[in-house]
Design a protein around this ligand. Structure first.
Ligand code: NI
Length: 388
């Protein structure tokens, strides 16, 4: 069994798929053509699949000839509503939609890894489940796939995200918190309106809201552990109807970011306390709705060690590198809440091919030659999962 040689056979296929998906991006939850093409490719390979997750998710299964446990490999497939400005010959043909986060690479590399694993299945122990996931950018796809049973019988999971800040040839892998949780909160304040000249007859929702915004900032500065970073941002604040009327209502919306399961539990409770008591100080009423969007992305230690060892085998001893945590969210976290898993950030940055633009930029590019590393890493991790 040689994963590097088998993967190399499919480098043209990988390029063809990647450019096809790049030219035909579809927004989150609407990956109809992408999903159709994935199914056609899997059919050509003779790999069994079933629909799984929203309207477009696909779950494929490759059974090894030898017994063993089951690992899920995930590749997401949605694009962003961003206008492409790369000028590449295979640039997006759909105006205003672009694979600006590299999920085209994920779809193409996972399909190519499917070919590699299928070729080598006589030597494979256990089962590999391939999750072609929709709607990552709106944090709906992983949840949808899990609800449709994607994790039934699955013992571990592994994902790869291409990352422009990591140089091509390297891969960032580290245990523990890797990417932030991203939640949303909505606060409605009710005071008592009245004449702007007679505040003593009113309860001012504007003054209450202003105090609440400031008090919420003290949750992070005074209540949470400084070693456990968190962000509370109030993004919108609307109140009042007229310059000479005391506002009866105020409405705040914002987001929280954090990296630990402890804060996932305690942060909303701390915020609720501030909201309730600030409102009470002014005699107002307040209601907070706290919406959990994405949990923190936390790499399991054993799965990370395994993936680092796999990366060294296929990419070289020097390939794995560390990276600071990232304050963006990743819905692969939902899989990792249920089964031990790890996500790797694959280096695709390379100034020589202008792959210097950040994720989500209209000029986002990857070093295509580095994509074979994802193919090899997916396959090697699948093999090594049953070798430990
Ligand atoms: Ni992404």
């Amino acid at each position: 069994m040689n994963i590097q040689e088998t993967a190399a056979k499919y480098s043209d296929y990988l390029m063809e798929m990647r450019r096809h998906f790049h030219a035909h991006p579809e927004p989150s939850g609407k990956e109809y053509e992408t999903s159709k093409r994935i199914k056609e490719e899997l059919d050509k390979m003779g790999i069994a699949w079933r629909p799984c997750g929203l309207e477009t998710g696909v779950l494929a299964t490759i059974k090894g000839a030898k017994p063993g446990r089951t690992i899920l490999l995930r590749g997401d497939m949605d694009a962003l509503t961003v206008q492409e400005e790369t000028g590449l010959p295979y640039a997006s043909e759909n105006p205003g939609v672009m694979h600006a986060c590299g999920h085209d690479c994920h779809t193409a590399t996972l399909l190519t890894a499917a070919r590699v694993l299928n070729d080598l299945k006589e030597e494979l122990c256990g089962t590999v489940v391939l999750a072609f996931q929709p709607a990552e950018e709106i944090a709906a796809g992983a949840k949808g796939m899990i609800e449709d049973g994607a994790l039934n019988g699955v013992d571990g999971c592994f994902g790869i995200h291409v990352w422009s800040d990591i140089p091509a040839g390297k891969v960032a892998l580290a245990a523990g918190p890797r990417m932030a949780a991203a939640d949303q909160f909505i606060i409605d304040i009710q005071g008592k309106g009245g004449h702007g000249s007679a505040p003593h007859q009113c309860i001012d929702a504007v003054v209450t809201a202003a105090a609440m915004v400031n008090n919420l900032q003290t949750v992070v500065s005074r209540n949470t552990d400084p070693g456990d970073p968190a962000v509370i941002t109030v993004g919108t604040m609307t109140a009042g109807s007229r310059w000479n009327v005391v506002a009866e209502y105020a409405h705040l919306e914002g987001t929280t970011r954090f990296f630990s399961r402890e804060l996932q539990k305690s942060l909303p409770e701390m915020m609720q306390r501030v909201v309730d008591n600030t409102a009470a100080t002014f005699g107002a009423k307040a209601k907070m709705e706290y919406i959990r969007l994405v949990p923190p992305t936390i790499n399991d230690e054993a799965m990370t060690d395994l993936a680092i060892a796999s990366a060294k085998k296929v990419m070289g001893e020097e390939a794995p590198v560390g990276i600071d945590r990232i304050s963006g969210g990743e819905d692969f976290a939902f899989f990792m809440e249920k089964v031990p898993g790890a996500i790797a950030l694959m280096g695709v940055g390379n100034a020589a091919c202008d792959a210097v633009w950040p994720q989500h930029s209209g000029k986002y590019k990857v070093d295509e030659n580095a994509l074979i590393n994802s193919v090899m890493l997916y396959a090697q991790v699948a093999f090594d999962f049953n070798a430990r």
